[in-house]
Design a protein around this ligand. Sequence first.
Ligand SMILES: [Zn+2]
Length: 127
Amino acid sequence: MPGLDQKQIEHLEAMMNERWTREFREIRSLFSGQDEERQEVTLGASVDEASDEALLARLATVDDPLIRQNLQDVRDIIGARQRIAAGNYGECIDCGADIAYERLLAYPTAKRCIDCQREHEKRKAGR
Ligand SMILES: [Zn+2]
């Protein structure tokens, strides 16, 4: 794994795990506002019993901007975990350069180095 040592990766992974827990606490609290019967219908189980995976599958169909943001964050974490497993975490997906550890500390799910991210956002903005 280029750039990062095992300890740095473990630290970033722990940050993402905390984030994951926080996201799902928020997601569960959104659903727990519904009565239990409604939870059963929506999730196939009460919100306390539904697995993270079941919640995730269900969330993909929910049209709510708050949930969409939670979902995007969770998906970013899943993507980062896949890159860790594949051994290319911390590498820019556009240019292949190492992403600075400081950037990853601020943004552990970063897929691009700072230069490519700027380019990417420019392109996205249509400039
Ligand atoms: Zn790059």
